[in-house]
Design a protein around this ligand. Structure first.
Ligand SMILES: [Zn+2]
Length: 316
């Protein structure tokens, strides 16, 4: 039996899976992304050994490894070109060194591309011919399938949803523009909005988290579920902006479905109903009537599975 591995390499988490040719998952592991390039390669190799041991399979049958990485990548050279969240890997020969370490072929991909593949393969994406994936974590990204084909653009980086401006006079973005959606509809945006509300003197159970420096999106979600007013407002604000951005996408691409993945989507019941309502009100007639809004199931392992699928398909 041949086996394949997939990694979802993010700024804070490294997630890995092993699977067989049919896409049966043999195991899933997760760890913190380390601060050094050599350490990340070691962590990947060790994760593979642990996964193989736990599944009672031999790594001698490992045919290929896919890595979906944050940032922009150079597929051909197997290197990361730009990744503010994992600076140690910029220009590092990641593919070459992991191949040397494991003896298997390694393929590097864009993280949005592997997430899209994962949702298509393992998350109901194949029920539709035209659909959009929104990935909300620390930042905001996405992907699109048009007429049953993944649309990647000229350089493989299409659908930078996070850098679609929704306000020419908005907040300045590190990409050089103003009002980028990511600044209003990401985990970071949620944290910043909440912090500003607390600074203005609003009372909230989140004050103590702010004081301890642990005001994270997951905590805000937890407090929103407990009906904290500031936390609920933060999600309401985020939903409003996200819906504006998605209405642009709906009016441009007329999709059948929008999937929501990424860490923030685990709290999707706090904002999806509102996003749905607003998009259905704002989008043009003929576009807004039959769109499904779907939260990706098992969002933490779907991108790694997508990376394994890329690894599998890249061999043939
Ligand atoms: Zn931007």
């Amino acid at each position: 039996m041949n086996i394949y591995a997939g990694f979802d390499l993010g700024g804070s988490r490294l997630r890995g899976v092993l699977c067989d040719r049919r896409g049966e998952m043999l195991g899933f592991r997760e760890s913190v992304t380390g601060p050094s390039a050599g350490g990340i390669v070691d962590a990947m190799a060790e994760m593979l050994e642990n996964l193989a041991a736990a599944a009672s399979v031999s790594l001698k049958t490992l045919r290929s490894i896919g890595i979906g990485s944050a940032g922009s990548i150079d597929k051909a050279r197997g290197r990361i070109l730009f990744a503010p969240n994992i600076p140690c890997l910029v220009n590092y020969p990641l593919v070459k060194n992991l191949e040397k370490r494991t003896g298997a072929r390694v393929f590097l991909e864009n993280d949005a591309a592997v997430a899209l593949t994962g949702v298509w393969w393992k998350g109901d994406g194949n029920r539709f011919r035209n659909w959009v994936l929104v990935v909300q974590g620390t930042g905001l990204g996405g992907g699109i399938v048009i007429d049953n084909r993944m649309y990647t653009g000229q350089s493989g980086n299409a659908m930078e949803l996070g850098h679609m401006s929704i306000d020419v006079n908005g907040r300045p973005c590190r990409c050089g523009r103003k009002g980028c959606l990511e600044l209003y509809a990401s985990g970071t945006a949620l944290e910043e909005y909440t912090a500003a509300q607390l600074d203005s003197g609003r009372k909230s159970s989140l004050v103590e988290y702010r004081a301890r420096g642990t005001l994270r999106a997951a905590v805000i979600a937890e407090m929103a579920l407990r009906k904290d007013a500031v936390a609920l407002d933060a999600f309401g604000e985020m939903a409003r902006y996200l819906a504006e951005g998605l209405t642009n996408i709906v009016n441009l691409f007329n999709p059948e479905a929008i999937f929501f993945g990424g860490g923030l989507s685990e709290a999707s019941r706090l904002y999806l109903p509102q996003v749905k309502k607003i998009v259905r009100r704002l989008a043009l007639p003929g576009f807004r009537e039959h769109i499904e809004f779907i939260s990706v199931k098992n969002q933490s392992l779907v991108p790694a599975m997508g990376a394994a699928k890329h690894a599998m398909d890249s061999l043939v």
